[in-house]
Design a protein around this ligand. Structure first.
Ligand code: ATP
Ligand code: MN
Length: 154
């Protein structure tokens, strides 16, 4: 039923909660897990020029060490947590609008379940859902499980 699970992560604490939940499911169902970090090119374009953004789009982070480190840390965490549970995890990096890329990757990899956090790095907690999660829910027909730290009591 859950042969293939996608865990989009921005490395936030809430995303890491989603990682735990997703891996527990993967362990139970012997699922293959993909994790994905999307470089938000719209946000980048505001703070940098188009030239830098084109570099990122073509997979070259260039001088953007900080961004690359964030991306790697976020996905390494999932790979490592998977290893501890004997779950195979492949890491993916893409550039674009996060919710669109997440929905596209869910299609391309034919995933049975997307597991993500209710909030992320820039989270305003009084908002029920972060915009990436909200837009993923509006962009895909695949099942999405949203993990909210405020619903965690264990
Ligand atoms: P907002 O970005 O709307 O200001 P936020 O940062 O609190 O609010 P989201 O960005 O929607 O909330 O994050 C919710 C979840 O979406 C995260 O826990 C993570 O699972 C996923 N996510 C967010 N950004 C990315 C990204 N760039 N790449 C992959 N997954 C992401
Ligand atoms: Mn965000």
């Amino acid at each position: 039923m859950y042969d293939r699970i996608l865990i989009p992560t921005d490395g936030s604490e809430t995303a890491e909660l989603a990682v735990e939940r997703a891996l527990a499911i993967a362990e139970r169902f012997d699922s293959t897990v993909d994790t994905l970090f999307v470089v938000d090119t719209d946000a980048l374009e505001l703070s940098l020029g188009t030239e830098q953004v084109d570099r990122v789009r073509s997979g070259r982070f260039g001088e953007m060490d900080e961004l690359e480190a964030t991306a790697r840390e976020a996905t390494d965490h999932v790979v490592e947590a998977g290893r501890e549970r004997d779950v195979d995890v492949s890491a993916h990096f893409r550039a674009g609008q996060p919710h669109k890329v997440i929905a596209d990757v869910a299609e391309d990899h034919d995933v049975d379940l997307v597991v993500m956090g209710s909030h992320g790095r820039s989270g305003v907690r009084r908002v029920l859902l972060g915009s990436v999660t909200e837009n993923v829910l509006r962009s895909t027909h695949r099942p999405v499980m949203v993990v909210d730290e405020r619903g965690e009591d264990d």
